[in-house]
Unconditional design. Sequence first.
Length: 90
Amino acid sequence: MALAVDFVKLGLYGDYDVGIIFSTDTDLEPALETLRELHDDPFPRGEVTAWQIRRNGSRLSIPGARIWCHWLSEADYLRVHDPTDYRQPR
């Protein structure tokens, strides 16, 4: 929830030119829609990222809108992968 709120709020405040959501969680689609509806200029712009191995699978999108997607490869994933199990108490 905080990601969606910050994405919209910071975009409307002009705190970024391009905001990229690194998630395929469809609960974040309303954040993309809201930013597009409330901001007429080309910036800030919302973009998304998805794993290339799922290119035929899911990615965040809005029907009728062209949202740029940055496709990441398995090599990209391995470079940024965090193996920490955050469910375990520290």
